[in-house]
Design a binder for this molecule. Sequence first.
Ligand SMILES: [Fe+2]
Length: 252
Amino acid sequence: MNDRRDFFKKIGVLGLSSIAAKLSSNNKLEAIDSIANHANTNDAFTLPKLQFEYNALAPFIDEQTMIVHHTKHHKGYVDKLNAIQSTEINYKVDDITKCRLIEPQPIGNINLRNNLGGHVNHTLFWELLKPNPKAEPNFPKTNLAEAIKIEFKSFEEFKKQFSESATKHFGSGWCWLIKQNGKLMIVTTPNQDNPFMRTSATDKIKNEVVIALDVWEHAYYLKYQNKRADYISNWWNIINWEKAETFYTNSK
Ligand SMILES: [Fe+2]
């Protein structure tokens, strides 16, 4: 555990006590809170338990894909994150309170970036999936729904733009609906990067995640093979809009 303590002392420019104070006051995303708290307390990062059965997203995401995705891919990021030794760290992290700012120095520790990103991203992804989907996707009348209509003119237009961004993203990565300095935007990130990651050039930009979609092939290949567009089309049936509303409402 000493290695772990040294590791987080080394990557954090804030003292642990002030990090804890900021955690409780600033961070409204429980998933990220949980991960940052693990960093804070020197505990090993852990694979979160899903709030639903592996077959609960069928037929849109099949059971085998969910098992492999959660117990192999996500667990792989967690295991590799826990294996990172203090001597490997060559990062400046000045906002570990939200696992948010990771600035390569100059290239950065790609091992940390990929595996911390993978852990954060998948933790959010699972929370934003709704089990036992109904036949008709239910887009609730919420504050988020109203904001989407204002920003994108209509829900259908938002769905079209998001689907296009996710489908056209080259290679592995993620598609996000974020709130950037208060404005809803669709963005994609490569590999396991996420909108929380900032550099000194983008330090003034504040991104909050509202919706997350994994477009790595491991998220869909067993059922959909190369048909990413079909996977995305079906994913709209299993979005947890209640959770998205919480993320939207709690973001600044
Ligand atoms: Fe994934």
